[in-house]
Design a protein around this ligand. Sequence first.
Ligand code: HEM
Length: 411
Amino acid sequence: MTQPSLLSRITDYANRADPYPLYAELRRTPVLHEEEGGPYVVGSYYDILGLLHDPRVSSDASNLTAAGDDDLSGPEATGLPPSFIRLDPPEHDRLRRIANSSFGPPHRPHRIDSMREELAGIVRELIDGLGETRQIDIVDEFAYPFPVTVICRLLGVPREDEPKFRGWVDPLVASLDPDTRKNADDEFQQAAQEARMQLGMYLAGLVEQRTKEPRDDMLSDLATSHGADGTMSMMEVLSTAVLLLIAGHETTVNLITNGMLTLLRHPEVLQRLREDPGLSVNIVEELLRYEPPVQLVPQRTCIADIELRGVTIPKGSRIWLVLGAGNRDPERFKDPDRFDPDREDIQHLGFGSGIHSCFGAPLARLEAQLALAELARRLENPRLVEDPPPYRRNAVLRGPRHLQVTVDGIR
Ligand code: HEM
């Protein structure tokens, strides 16, 4: 019997809990191309970094479609025009700069810094809400609700609308997982479609309101932007809002959950964090290297021939950059398979790099730091119920679907 291709083993759900030995195999072939018409897959740190900065490598949605990929994971699946994650310069840069002028420097104090207390309050409330429970699903009861609440506050969704908003976001986010979509029945499809429409109408109403009466939130800023880069159209505001909503969602859930799982597997680090919440800064950085929530970036196309280590990647080909493999590359990191929060040399690829590097990184870092420090402090004697836990099907946004933990109590 012939061995399945390495790429199909990497995406195979059976290997989701531990893809790292396969990544080591991937790094042995500088450019993996196993199938006519299939993607060119790269897993070495320096090659990935180079390609993320290479203007011959496009993120444009239309190039990807032309290369035969139906990009179902982006906000375009919502029926809106491509958001800046699926655009090349100059449009990418214009929209990102407008969004950035609301997010932080150089135009204003960092919005995220001013949210620190608010975020800490949300974390506290969620942990208080666990009550007397002795068994907790870290995903459903904490890591999943947290980012939605945060994104609501950031965009400026009124608190009383949050439950309604979440009701639309949940099926929408679920429907973006390619595997879930493949296996979805009519009822699921219809619910997702309906949620998408309702969310779009709701956001449009909110944008209209904020255009007339701006407040101190991101939707108001996006709707009323008028700097050197001009304004965003209503559709651009909506697709940016949906991008922020989605990009900051499944990713943050997985960072917190991968983080808790890793800490439970390294009790000495968990104990150190309990005693010193400041260690959360290094822990989160090392987690972004060791268990990155975005394992690979599959939405890139070559717009010219590219020579890489003796291989020609022809114009029009799709490229997959396996960030999770680059992060464990022994050519770049010493002892890469060791989780080491004391590591000093830690330029990971967890947030990508180059012009598309994660826009929400300051928020994601802060959310994960606060969440992990507070879980470490308040959960008494937490133990894993199942190791490895059941994983989400998604090979791109990788993380446990549930993380059941028993505790002696909650402080
Ligand atoms: C882009 C990771 C959280 C907004 C990216 C990229 C990665 C990434 C790897 C690069 C994608 C590419 O090159 O195509 C993560 C991780 C997160 C996280 C691991 C959490 C742990 C967030 C949050 C937000 C956000 C909280 C928003 C509030 C974005 C946006 C982009 C992006 C808008 C596109 C940037 C551009 O195209 O210029 N993220 N992200 N992300 N992320 Fe994040």
